[in-house]
Design a binder for this molecule. Structure first.
Ligand code: HAS
Length: 557
């Protein structure tokens, strides 16, 4: 599809700007592994302290890059399938708010005014600029969604007999869930944290801010994941050389995410004393439930890959795995997608470990948790972002991909890096190695009385993994920025590979209508959060807050 100049500018800016910030995100990630391995015994390097760096790493990589990509991928998906652009006002205002919000966050983090990590609940306090900036980033992404709804309604009127394309369903499920779940965090940041940060209020209910954050924080991880799932269902079968095994299974998986993503946030708070055992048991069961759409995805996408491998002449039970197009320069997307899927097998299994209340008590707040989430968010999520950013940038700008042979090896190198990093973190975590701790100041410093020799090997493996990831990222930046700064060679266009479905499946009305699922989602969310809120108000109250970042002790007398 041909594309207007202003739409092209918004799409390219929405890819280029966060990718530039990602350099800072990656740098701070590598620094984390160096601090933890005890290579340096300092609280800061180059004017950036440990927590400032960790905050930048999390906010840039997990909030900024992912939100920008979800919006840009949404623009491209919606325009590709509906063959039209959203209203200019919506995509321009959306991008403007997202950029302003990100800049406010960036300045706050760089000047050390925001170091409360990417999970920015109390008692740690950020500057008001950070809270308002984050709210603007989120509101900007809503406005893009409103534009898509408008063109979808137009398309619907013109094509009453056609099914909603699977990629559009995935995008709308994702942004509906995002809209509903970001209301609590908008309330938290704007109504509770900003006035508190500005000194207008002196007391704060800490468990309430934590609960409101996680009401958003868990759906947030599926907001990262669903663009990758849309790509796995609708693009991967095509680039693998096959067909999608079942479109209805894909629809059901997306709709299950709509109902199950939000009510499970309390599983990040199994150790929170204010919630009752009943709430924790309910949330544990729902968390096993939210793994179901991913198990279904493993089956459907796996079957689609098997079909592709057999079409390429594979024989035997597992021969299809060997026949897939792993290293083809003109089909580089495949490598990014498959490496993400392989990592996600282990990321998913470790998530199911976390979901068990009893096992969670062993791994909570240890290195195990970042081990788990690097195989999810730095696995399928980031690898699809990297691969698709190259794809979208080249087609929308009309530029040719540079250094194709390098682009092909990036995902494999990255995958090995993540595997090592996560292995080190998880093995250390099982031996009690804490997360979010500058271990180099104590536990991995041989001169410290707290030195623990058991964590030397695990943190060293983590650091080697981090270095490999850093090398892969560096190669990627060379490819991305050389391509972005080159001259256009073709007319700009929006185009995505589309996967055909293997079977002509019967339309199932329940899978074509989001309304009942939205209602079920609200009911399930109330089942979790009405009792959770009652507990918060029963067992906690606002306290005067004198916490300092250096100490977890409330100094209020
Ligand atoms: Fe999680 C903590 C439970 C999925 C991210 N998670 C986190 C945190 C993050 C995160 C960032 O129950 C830390 C937050 C913080 O800072 O404190 N998580 C789960 C469960 C799942 C899960 C049950 N998490 C994710 C995804 C994330 C993510 C996805 C990001 C994108 N997680 C938890 C819990 C905690 C938690 C607790 C709290 C821990 C604590 O105590 O703090 C499930 O959704 C996972 C289901 C996934 C699967 C895998 C399916 C496999 C597929 C690949 C198939 C491969 C093929 C290729 C087909 C069942 C689809 C084959 C071809 C070949 C050639 C081999």
């Amino acid at each position: 599809m041909k594309i207007s100049k202003s739409y092209k500018t918004v799409i390219l800016t929405g890819l280029f700007m966060p990718m530039t910030l990602f350099i800072l995100g990656v740098y701070n990630g590598i620094m984390q592994t160096i601090y933890r391995a005890g290579v340096i015994h300092q609280s800061s390097v180059g004017g950036i302290n440990y927590y400032q760096g960790l905050t930048m790493h999390g906010v840039i990589n997990a909030i900024v890059l992912t939100t920008f990509f979800a919006v840009i991928f949404g623009h491209v998906t919606v325009s590709h399938y509906l063959k039209r652009e959203p209203p200019k006002l919506t995509y321009q205002v959306s991008m403007l708010l997202m950029i302003i919000g990100t800049m406010m966050d960036l300045v706050a983090m760089l000047t050390g005014k925001a170091q409360a990590l990417y999970t920015f609940y109390a008692p740690l306090k950020d500057s008001a600029a950070f809270y308002i900036g984050t709210a603007l980033l989120i509101v900007g992404s809503w406005i893009a969604f409103f534009g898509w709804v408008k063109i979808w309604l137009e398309w619907r009127k013109e094509n009453p007999a056609k099914k909603m394309p699977l990629a559009i369903l995935g995008t709308f499920v994702n942004f509906s869930m995002w809209f509903v779940s970001s209301l609590p965090v908008a309330y938290e940041t704007l109504v509770i944290l900003t006035p508190w940060s500005l000194g207008w209020t002196t007391s704060i209910n800490i468990p309430l801010t934590r609960m409101l954050f996680w009401m958003f924080g868990h759906p947030l991880v599926y907001f990262w994941l669903l663009p990758a799932y849309i790509a796995y269902y609708t693009i991967l079968p095509n680039v693998a050389g096959g067909k999608l095994y079942s479109g209805n299974a894909g629809r059901l998986a997306f709709l299950l995410f709509l109902i199950l993503s939000t009510p499970v946030g309390v599983h990040h708070q199994f150790s929170e004393p204010v919630f009752t055992q009943g709430t924790k048991l309910w949330v544990s069961v729902l968390t096993y439930g939210v793994a179901l759409p991913s198990f279904m995805t493993a089956f459907t996408v796996g079957a689609s890959l098997e079909y592709a491998g057999r079409k390429r002449g594979a024989k035997g039970l597992l021969g299809w795995m060997v026949k897939l197009p792993y290293f083809q320069q003109d089909n580089y997307l495949f490598g990014y997608f498959i490496c993400g899927l392989i990592l996600f097998i282990f990321g998913g299994v470790s998530g199911i470990v976390n979901a068990s209340y009893a096992l969670n008590q062993m791994v909570h707040n240890t290195g195990w948790v970042p081990g788990h989430f690097h195989m999810t968010v730095a696995g399928p999520v980031l690898l699809v972002i990297l691969g698709m950013s190259l794809y979208i940038y080249t087609s929308v700008s009309g530029k040719t991909l540079k250094f194709k042979s390098l682009a092909v090896i990036v995902p494999y190198l990255w995958m090995f890096g993540v595997a090592l990093l996560s292995h080190g973190l998880m093995a250390g975590g099982l031996m009690g190695e804490p997360r979010r701790t500058n271990l180099g100041l104590s536990y991995t410093n041989p001169d410290s009385p707290l030195f623990n020799k058991h964590w030397v090997a695990t943190t060293t493996i983590t650091m080697i993994g981090g270095m490999l990831m850093g090398t892969a990222a560096l190669i990627y930046f060379i490819v991305f920025f050389t391509t972005a700064l080159s001259k256009a060679t073709a007319p700009p266009q929006i185009i995505l590979p589309e996967s055909e479905e293997l079977h002509e499946e019967k339309p199932i009305p329940l899978l074509l209508n989001m309304k009942p699922w939205l209602i079920a989602s609200i009911i399930l969310t109330m089942f979790t959060y009405v009792p959770a809120l009652i507990s918060v108000f029963k067992y906690s109250k606002p306290v005067k807050n004198q916490f300092q970042t250096e100490s977890p002790v409330n100094e209020e007398k």
